[in-house]
Design a protein around this ligand. Structure first.
Ligand code: C5P
Length: 231
């Protein structure tokens, strides 16, 4: 079985990212490159990682008018990422434009994933930007809107997995960060879940960074995580 784990390479150091990705080849399902990496190294840096041959989750959280987001997705298609993120708060037309633009790549198209409510925002922060009410309900509302707009899945926290899986059915990708094997420290993550538990509740993919990248042996850490699925 292909590993559901995407290792977050949260670094600006291109050589370090390349060495890490190379060592993890065959031990994880892919890697996640975010804005920190992509804005520092652009398409050229991306290609150095991509040429290793592993799927890439390009976490660029696009959010603009539909025409611009469609164009941004089109600009990313030659890189052939497996996943691209957009902000669901950009609205139905923007999400539809992103999905339609991705579809132009045919069978190799990237999956578009929606980010719903950033987990860094609490109820007070949300109220300050005019989003009063229950954050969990807002997550469910935006994920439903994403699905109805042709988006392939969502990025969600461990505690949202079960509800989103129940509400959105089985054909919806759920990419879940905030994952910690029992032996790893939580770091700054407040609400964590083990890989096995998140998968049991309906995650399709897991984003795991520091428990792998910060380990003495990232390969051993990735293998210990893989063993948790096969138990
Ligand atoms: O090192 P760690 O496993 O905590 O890394 C998790 C990755 O997932 C980081 O790249 C982080 O930015 C991302 N992420 C997250 N929580 C979210 C969304 C994304 O931790 N709600």
């Amino acid at each position: 079985m292909t590993s559901p784990v995407f290792c977050a390479l949260d670094t600006k150091d291109l050589d370090h990212a390349e060495r890490l990705a190379e060592s993890l080849l065959g031990h994880v399902g892919g890697v996640k490159l975010g804005l920190e990496f992509f804005l520092a190294h652009g398409a050229e840096g991306y290609r150095r990682i991509a040429k290793l041959g592993m799927p890439i989750f390009l976490d660029v959280k696009l959010h603009d008018i539909p025409n611009t987001v469609a164009g941004a997705v089109a600009s990313l298609l030659p890189l052939r990422p497996a996943f691209i993120t957009i902000h669901a708060a950009g609205g139905a037309a923007m999400m539809r434009a992103a999905a339609d633009s991705a579809a132009k790549a045919g069978a190799d198209r990237p999956k578009i994933l929606a980010v719903t409510v950033l987990t860094s925002l609490d109820a007070k922060d949300l109220a300050a930007v005019g989003q009063d009410g229950d954050a969990a309900r807002q997550v469910a509302r935006l994920a439903r809107l994403a699905k109805d707009s042709g988006v392939d899945g969502a990025v969600c926290s461990p505690e949202e997995v079960a509800v989103l899986r129940a509400e959105l059915g089985k054909d919806f990708t759920l990419m879940v960060p905030g994952i910690r094997p029992t032996w790893a420290s939580a770091g700054d993550q407040k609400r964590v879940m083990t890989p096995r538990e998140a998968m049991r509740l309906g995650a399709t993919h897991l984003v795991i960074g520091r428990p792998i990248t910060g380990a003495d042996s990232p390969v051993d850490a990735a293998e210990r995580i893989a063993a948790e699925f096969s138990d």
